[in-house]
Ligand binder design. Sequence first.
Ligand SMILES: CC(=O)N[C@H]1[C@@H](OP(=O)(O)OP(=O)(O)OC[C@H]2O[C@@H](n3ccc(=O)[nH]c3=O)[C@H](O)[C@@H]2O)O[C@H](CO)[C@@H](O)[C@@H]1O[C@H](C)C(=O)N[C@@H](C)C(=O)N[C@H](CCC(=O)O)C(=O)O
Ligand SMILES: Nc1ncnc2c1ncn2[C@@H]1O[C@H](COP(=O)(O)OP(=O)(O)OP(=O)(O)O)[C@@H](O)[C@H]1O
Ligand SMILES: N[C@H](CCC[C@H](N)C(=O)O)C(=O)O
Ligand SMILES: [Mg+2]
Length: 493
Amino acid sequence: MQLRQLIQSLPKATIDGPQDQEITGVFADSRQIEPGGVFVAVRGSELDGQKFVADAIERGAAAIVSEVAPEPGVTDRVCWAHVPDARAAVAAMACAYYEDPSAKMNIVGITGTNGKTTTAFLVHSIMQKVWTRAGLLGTVQVDDGEAVRPATHTTPGALELQAEFQTMHDNACRGVAMEVSSHALEQKRVDGTQFDVAVFSNFTQDHLDYHGTMEAYYEAKRRLFDLMESQVGEKKTTAVINIDDPYGQRLIEEFKGRLHILSYGHGVHADLRLGREVQTVRGTEFQVTYKDREYLVRTPYIGRFNVYNCGAALAASIACGIKARSAVRALADAPQVPGRMENVGSRDGATVFVDYAHTPDALEHACAALRELQPKRLITVFGCGGDRDQSKRKLMGKAAAEASDLCVVTSDNPRSEDPREIIRHIEVGMEGKRYQVIPDRSLAIRVAVNVSEEGDIILIAGKGHETYQEIDGKRIDFDDRRAAYQALKTKSV
Ligand SMILES: CC(=O)N[C@H]1[C@@H](OP(=O)(O)OP(=O)(O)OC[C@H]2O[C@@H](n3ccc(=O)[nH]c3=O)[C@H](O)[C@@H]2O)O[C@H](CO)[C@@H](O)[C@@H]1O[C@H](C)C(=O)N[C@@H](C)C(=O)N[C@H](CCC(=O)O)C(=O)O
Ligand SMILES: Nc1ncnc2c1ncn2[C@@H]1O[C@H](COP(=O)(O)OP(=O)(O)OP(=O)(O)O)[C@@H](O)[C@H]1O
Ligand SMILES: N[C@H](CCC[C@H](N)C(=O)O)C(=O)O
Ligand SMILES: [Mg+2]
């Protein structure tokens, strides 16, 4: 692509210097730049990209995009675009460079505190069944329609994202199911993406370390809908919103008349109504009413919260033009989402589930889901992440202690923090309840399995699909599922 053409995609830019050359790519990381590339200097949360401009020029950058004006003489060597917002510039150039691949596919973006990964898997699996090829982007993995690989972020940076969309389109994907994290929305990673459907699953406390307040966290989530409203193009867009969630109701109020809304939930006002749930160890059955027609949904997923995730996935699929009946049918063999309510085995009548609940609300729901299976006792092993929202720790302690017969409090990615200090924060919420503290996660799992008896259920929460434990900035191999399997195998009688 010609630099002149790319530069035109930048809103409100002041341009100086040579523009007549073919460029080799757009880069926000100076370490990746190739000669003839465009370097965008982003002021990040850790570093200021401006510091790397000289390095980028040294490596042969053809153009610099920056919030800072050029120094005299620089524009004799490179083109300089002075912009008001470098993150917005990255997104705009990413879309232009990859020629707006999101405009050519059905894009479902999913935001909310809990349930994004699960809902994205469900939408992806419905799309795959109906359209043969579909893309998936989320916390666990990326599926580009041909190959699956582990994800590094829930939502990739703007450049990686648009490149991924292009690959998916080249691979004949008709649709993409993607998670949209609040970090991504705040950092404009999805700006310029043309969504067909935006889903709001629910909203409870998390990430206050990053967003500061619940209001700022909500504003970040709402940006997905603001973006969809301001989207230019041919797409008929739909906002799929959980009407049973108080913040979902607020979102509906805020966007009524501005976006086409398809609500889901248990109430009579929901456009897609959920009801008559029956939970068993093998899965869940429930009824869906949409446009006066009733559907019986069968899914292998357990837990009431998964009825919501299925409802969101059905509504999103319908909004993409998929027949309700086909979507319902596809849910019957919904895939196991790695580390989400994953049954990893039983021994002497006690069963272990590994789950990714790492917020107070998720932990409460995960415990409640397993309680519905009427265990003799529910034994919960959990911890809280270091260098993350500290105020959720005591709330998670309370949620787990209230719903469990016994808790084993342990470590979950302490990162740079002292694991015992994190555990002390958790314990504040557990006063007067039965629990044990075992900071070594592997030992904690072994102890929980060893004390279990016939009819017990053990929930190992917080790490789900993760295959590491992050201590002091280092990632050590660790997998709850493997640790549980080993503990079951070597259980003392
Ligand atoms: C806090 C946060 O979200 N940080 C993300 C963000 O970094 P940043 O933009 O603040 O960048 P920075 O490190 O300060 O550097 C500033 C700029 O200098 C550039 N640089 C840096 C070094 C150099 O030598 N040359 C150079 O050009 C960097 O490429 C960057 O453009 O953008 C980077 C590129 O996209 C991300 O890798 C990075 O994710 C960090 C590692 C991270 O841990 N993020 C987590 C919190 C996150 O994003 N999580 C959400 C999910 C949360 C949920 O569970 O809901 C996610 O979407 O994954
Ligand atoms: N709809 C829901 N409501 C409440 N809790 C849920 C819901 N769906 C899943 N959970 C709980 O939250 C955990 C995380 O689910 P999931 O990975 O689908 O969410 P997520 O929003 O992608 O999370 P993250 O932001 O960490 O990627 C699950 O393991 C489960 O315990
Ligand atoms: N995406 C979540 C993952 C948390 C998982 C938990 N294992 C932890 O490390 O805190 C976060 O960044 O808050
Ligand atoms: Mg996720």
